[in-house]
Design a protein. Structure first.
Length: 387
């Protein structure tokens, strides 16, 4: 069976949902294809670090008021290096922002966005639709998918791949540049002796960076990264052994660590799709670029992809899905994406080794950075809005 739509979005995670809602505000219809059953992600407790700019996008959609009771504000970011006195502190009040960011569960965000989609007459949501192939030509792009054992095809003037890592770029004939770090990230939630006071910590060690993000009244979400042969054994430790080892690396800023929830790991890589002229077909979000989680850039860059693509669609300056329209979109995203990839890669390379003299240099650099107000303002603008 074959149908034709103006806009089809493959992937109904946060990036795809936000894109459909943004264009729906301008009365532009779209069809969302989601491999999972609708609402399957609503109970996902994984923590997301949202930038202040992401909050602004969610406010535009009218969903932030529903999310704010479940979000924990980050008012301060404390950056330090293990074994040195150098450190830098960023305060939201110094930049006329209510906060520097927020921590929110993936499930809470998906639940709020899907509720908004359900109330929107311009969005068609098709769940349990497993996309199998994507083709694109001069007049339209086509996605083939299977739902309940029946095969379908949909043609679209604009086909958007926003599947967040379960990517179909090979099926679409695209190529990806990938750098394997040989590092894993361990994610979990820990309870500390002292309250978090809405402070997020970025701690650099010789093994790799770790982030401790305030989540809830007293708990923290932890992202601990390092070489695979260092991170993988942490899954096998008892809770007490794990917390003791983590405390050794992190230090005493929040007292002792009293408890830890389920631990999970995943491999880390830097990747980006190669530039390709593909009229009527575009890839956004984590499917387009994957970053190291240091500095929490990846998810927020993906939402800015959705916002800028929605702007191109709504402006109607070019024919929908035309080469001119997608070239304008790619140009609008190039700087933000490249800077995000370069910045996270730089931090990993500089702060994840103990070359002779490097720890002292890093310590001095953190101390100097803390005194450079223009540099700190630039960094906050970059993290908050991609500017």
């Amino acid at each position: 069976m074959q149908k034709t739509d103006n806009i089809v979005i493959v992937g109904a995670g946060p990036v795809g949902l936000v894109l459909s809602l943004l264009i729906a505000k301008d009365g532009i219809p779209s069809t969302l294809l989601e491999a999972r059953k609708k609402g399957a992600a609503n109970q996902d407790s994984r923590a997301l670090a949202l930038s202040y700019g992401t909050r602004v996008i969610l406010e535009k959609l009218g969903v932030w008021s529903r999310l704010s009771p479940y979000a924990t504000a980050i008012n301060t970011i404390h950056v330090s290096q293990k074994g040195s006195l150098g450190r830098s502190v960023l305060e939201a009040a110094d930049y006329a922002q209510e906060s520097l960011g927020y921590v929110l569960s993936y499930g809470a965000l998906c639940s709020a966005l899907i509720s908004q989609v359900d109330a929107e007459v311009h969005i068609t949501f098709i769940d349990e639709a497993q996309a199998e192939s994507i083709t694109h030509g001069t007049d339209y792009a086509t996605v083939a998918y299977v739902q309940n054992g029946v095969s379908y095809q949909r043609d679209a003037a604009l086909l958007v791949l926003a599947d967040g890592g379960r990517s179909l770029e090979q099926a679409a004939g695209l190529k990806r540049d990938t750098k394997e770090y040989g590092h894993d990230a361990l994610i979990t939630q820990v309870k500390a002796e002292l309250p978090h006071r809405n402070i997020a910590y970025e701690r650099f060690t010789s093994h790799g960076p770790m982030a401790l993000l305030p989540n809830g009244e007293r708990d923290f979400s932890l992202v601990w990264t390092g070489k695979t042969d260092y991170i993988a054994p942490l899954l096998d430790l008892s809770d007490a052994e794990f917390l003791a080892q983590f405390h050794t690396q992190f230090g005493d800023r929040v007292g002792r660590f009293l408890g830890v929830k389920k631990r999970m790991t995943f491999p880390l890589r830097l990747s980006k799709l190669q530039d390709d002229d593909t009229p009527h077909f575009v890839v956004i979000g984590n499917a387009a670029q994957t970053m190291h989680p240091v500095a929490g850039q990846g998810f927020n860059v993906g939402l800015r992809d959705a916002e800028m693509l929605a702007r191109q669609v709504s402006q109607r300056t070019y024919d929908l899905g035309s080469w001119e329209m997608l070239a304008a979109y790619q140009a609008s995203r190039k700087t933000d994406t490249q800077h995000g990839l370069m910045f996270t890669d730089f931090l990993v390379n500089i702060f994840s080794n103990d070359i002779v003299g490097m720890p002292l240099l890093r310590s001095a650099s953190l101390g100097i950075f803390d005194l450079l107000k223009p540099a700190k303002r630039y960094l906050v603008n970059k993290m908050s809005f991609g500017k």
